[in-house]
Ligand binder design. Structure first.
Ligand SMILES: [Zn+2]
Length: 502
């Protein structure tokens, strides 16, 4: 590791920057070039200069369902980070439409994902124009963001040196591994666990120090994550063939140790959704990759991140612990920089998996939270889930929150759940829900209309009291849950005070 020093910085400064600067800059129309054929993207490696031209040509073919934008920051060497969005309302979040993203080439010498995302963008456009019902429906129901290269500087170094080295070009131009450069929210989450505070979502505001300066490429992606209410994403790498799911950082600090997240079951489903739709990833008879030779195909082509090797400061866990997003990491092949001649086969290997995985943004439930009296949307409402499938009684200790329009998504595997909405100043409310397996359909709706608390329900210290009444389920279990939740809330505040005075 090239950094042995501590960078002390207040996270609030960075969050302020997020608000002031805004993340998204619309790609100026006059820089569009028309040199790339509209329909055909060749199976070869495309340069940093070619990426915006290809995206522009796709946008010209499909102007009504695409938008090109650059992230708020460019790479260290000044190359813009281009993304393309697919949606029936480009540029806008639509109520009940989940936001999805693929980010590739974060490690500059891992290049397959970059080419796959260019081909995927072309495929979505062409199939939409060809009235392919599956692609039309996907785009009508989902807002998809594709960022082909998060590390164009590393790509250039890797490409100019022949693309053969396991490490050259991996880092950005400041020699920083971007997949170790995110604020280490796992550390905060694990210390919350030690303090018996089961708070493990939206942890960014608890960041008090950074181990190194945040790189521009990392900052740009953090702003994107904070601005767009993503539900699901994947981060495309190379060097093995496996779908890797949270947590990436081990709980004990051990180099390898299966480290479950509260959504382990859902994450295993998500990783399998990719691996089993890839032509080879879940094949138990294929060969493993060189360095350790282990064939992940024997375990369905998936692995828990920390069970493989522990990573601190990674993007995958950052998404889960800072936002409503669920992210997995896709290792797309043994060869980090495959020959151009292999690209067509690799597209064929990955195409169905790339599409099927996007549909996973529609598993579980979605809905809205509104004020029962005024009908106003209620953003930032906490949505908590208890799994009661087959006699279980398990709180999933990872809450999501409703977004600006009061809409929310909760990815879940089939089963029975109690889904509860909590908001200061309102009666809590719960629904008992059966979640069914409905592949390639939008998620079922669960809506909440919360009744405001009366002024007399305010406690003497001004804190609102969560009511123990609720509309749908009226049993002791639910009452206990609400009491526990109040306890957690109090503990969390006490814990916050404790760390802020240190
Ligand atoms: Zn990588």
């Amino acid at each position: 590791m090239p950094f042995g020093w501590q960078y002390l910085g207040r996270w609030s400064f960075i969050t302020a920057l997020v608000v002031v600067c805004g993340a998204l800059v619309v790609f100026p129309a006059e820089t569009r070039a028309k040199t790339v054929p509209a329909r055909i993207i060749e199976f070869r490696h495309h340069s940093n200069e070619e990426i915006p031209r290809i995206l522009a040509s796709i946008h010209e073919r499909c102007p009504n369902i695409t938008r090109i934008y650059t992230l708020s920051e460019s790479s260290v060497r000044g190359i813009p980070l281009y993304a393309i969005e697919f949606s029936t309302t480009p540029g806008y979040h639509q109520l009940y439409h989940p936001e999805f993203k693929y980010i590739a080439n974060m490690h500059g010498n891992e290049v397959l994902g970059r080419e796959l995302l260019l081909h995927l963008a072309n495929y979505l456009c062409e199939q939409f124009l060809a009235r392919d019902p599956e692609i039309q429906q996907l785009i009508e129901l989902t807002r998809v963001h594709l960022l082909p290269s998060m590390n164009p500087d590393g790509w250039k170094v890797s490409t100019e040196t022949g693309g053969k080295d396991y490490l050259i070009g991996r880092n950005n131009n400041n020699s920083v591994d971007l997949n170790r450069n995110f604020p280490d929210l796992n550390r905060i989450m694990f210390s919350n666990e030690e303090a018996h505070v089961s708070h493990n979502n939206h942890l960014l505001e608890q960041v008090d120090r950074l181990k190194e300066p945040i790189q521009p490429e990392t900052k740009a992606v953090i702003r994107l994550i904070m601005q767009v209410p993503f539900v699901l994403s994947a981060n495309l790498h190379g060097g093995d063939l496996v779908a890797n799911y949270p947590y990436d950082a081990s709980r004990s600090g051990a180099r390898t140790e299966y480290t479950k997240s509260p959504d382990d079951q859902t994450f295993r489903h998500l990783a399998l959704a990719y691996s089993t739709h890839h032509k080879n990833m879940a094949n138990p008879r294929r060969h493993g990759c060189g360095h350790d030779g282990y064939n992940f195909g024997k375990q369905g082509g998936i692995t828990n991140g920390a069970a493989w090797y522990s990573v601190q400061g990674g993007m995958q866990d950052f998404n889960y612990l800072s936002s409503n997003d669920f992210e997995i990491t896709l290792e797309l092949g043994c060869d980090k920089y495959p020959e151009a001649s292999a690209l067509q086969d690799e597209w064929d290997n990955n195409k169905d998996a790339l599409i099927h995985f996007m549909w996973q943004a529609h598993i579980g439930v979605k809905g809205h939270v509104r004020d029962a009296v005024t009908g106003q949307p209620l953003p930032h409402t906490v949505i908590h889930v208890k799994n009661i499938t087959a006699g279980h009684d398990d709180d999933i200790q990872h809450d999501v929150t409703s977004v600006h329009g009061g809409d929310f998504w909760r990815l879940l595997t089939p089963g029975q759940y109690i889904i509860s909405a909590y908001r200061d100043g309102y009666h809590a409310m719960s629904h008992r829900v059966n979640v069914y397996d409905r592949p390639h359909h939008e998620a079922q709706r669960v809506d909440f209309h919360l009744r405001p608390l009366q002024p007399t329900m305010q406690s003497p210290n001004g804190n609102s009291i969560t009511d123990t009444e609720y509309d749908e389920t009226d049993d002791e279990m639910m009452r206990n849950h609400i009491v526990n939740n109040l306890r957690k809330k109090w503990l969390f505040r006490a814990y916050n005070r404790a760390i802020s005075t240190n």
